[in-house]
Write a protein that binds this ligand. Structure first.
Ligand SMILES: *Cc1c(COP(=O)(O)O)cnc(C)c1O
Length: 371
């Protein structure tokens, strides 16, 4: 699905050099590499504060911890996402409220969001799924109306640009009160290990979050709040700093492959190719995901695997059906889209080293299977 070795090749020398630097300086924790990367990412995203942390799941948890919520407060997010998004809500004894997604963009459905709001709703977590920014104009409208905070889960969409209805543009993750991301190796900006970050434009919140990631300490050995230990290590930061310079190139390569896939598959009767709702740069194609209709998705997966073509199903089971997140209040009719997507989606190989020939080969096989 990804070609991390191929992506490393052109930057390998530089990567080895910075790894050696960190080792020689022995600045393993919170060294200058972390501060540099933080600053460069702030500039890239045009956001006032980046707070690095250990992974994307921690980033979400810490974002929620910074909001002074109480047990039982409701946090609304989507049924169709990776488990992290809902996991941290439950872990903090907040109440996850899952809502359905839009059938074309796979992102939060605004009507479902609207009807999920109660007196106890406090936060909305839109997930920019597969690299496409959710409809933030509408999310903000709903949030303002009901006085809710927004945490954007940007684990899959770093570098994507959102164009507001008034024409102005902003990077994904910097639009809500807080944004979070992951530097898991296969993400669009991937480390060579775990990593994550939290974004905000609000000074007081950034200060608070910097304490939370460091055991709740604002002065040494003075613990003002219950915190966690969540750090991006210096070696990962140094590597990410190199890769950040290439992020736009990486995202453009993904987009080029996506366009090629779409060109070759869009007219097939059994295939719905991904819909890009906004401008071209509003989707950074973390995944290239098709909907297969009137054909057996699982058989297609098997067929591709038999032909040495990797593929993935994200996500095969809706979160509301997962044992850990079941809730008597949920009704299947409220999750029609997620239920259907979980049975019909397939994600194809998508990475920065993919070439036209490979895309053509993959598409040929898919079309051969579907006939
Ligand atoms: C990858 C991912 C996360 C979690 O990131 P980790 O770094 O693996 O903890 C959270 N949300 C979404 C949508 C993701 O894709």
């Amino acid at each position: 699905m990804v070609d991390l070795a191929g992506q490393l090749k052109p930057i390998a020398e530089e990567v080895n050099l910075v790894i050696n630097n960190v080792i020689e300086n022995t600045s393993f924790i919170n060294g200058p590499a972390v501060a540099n990367f933080q600053k460069n990412l702030e500039n890239y995203l045009n956001v006032k504060h980046v707070i690095p942390c250990a992974n994307g799941t921690d980033a979400l948890q810490i974002a929620l911890m910074s909001l002074d919520l109480n047990p039982g407060d409701e946090v609304i997010t989507v049924d169709f996402t990776f488990a992290s998004t809902v996991e941290v809500i439950a872990l903090l004894k907040l109440t996850p409220v899952l809502v359905d997604v839009d059938s074309e963009t796979f992102n939060i459905n605004i009507d479902s969001l609207d009807s999920a709001i109660t007196e106890k709703s406090k936060v909305i977590i839109p997930v920019h799924l597969f690299g496409q920014v959710a409809n933030m104009d509408e999310v903000i409208r709903v949030a303002k109306k009901h006085n809710l905070e927004i945490i954007e889960d940007t684990a899959q969409a770093i570098g994507a640009n959102y164009k507001f209805s008034n024409g102005s543009k902003q990077k994904a993750g910097t639009i809500g009160l807080i944004g979070t991301t992951s530097f898991f190796p296969s993400k669009n900006l991937g480390a060579y290990g775990d990593g994550g970050a939290i974004f905000t434009n609000k000074d007081s919140l950034a200060h608070k979050i910097r304490g939370i990631v460091n055991h709740g300490m604002y002065e040494r050995y003075q613990h003002d709040v219950v915190g966690v230990n969540s750090r991006l290590d210096s070696i990962q930061a140094a590597i990410l700093d190199i890769k950040l310079k290439h992020l736009d190139y990486y995202n453009n390569s993904r987009k080029k492959s996506a366009l090629k896939y779409t060109e070759l598959l869009k007219n097939h009767k059994n295939i719905i190719t991904p819909m890009v709702l906004g401008d071209e740069d509003s989707h950074v194609f973390h995944q290239y995901t098709l909907i297969i209709k009137d054909a057996d998705r699982d058989e297609l997966v098997k067929y591709l695997n038999q032909n040495q073509i990797p593929c993935g199903v994200y996500y095969p089971i809706p979160l509301h059906q997962q044992k850990a997140y079941q809730n008597d209040k949920y009704e299947e009719k409220d999750f029609e889209v997620t239920n259907s997507l979980s049975k019909s989606v397939i994600s194809l190989p998508m990475h920065t080293e993919l070439d036209d020939e490979q895309v053509e080969f993959i598409c040929e096989k898919i079309i051969k299977f579907l006939k």
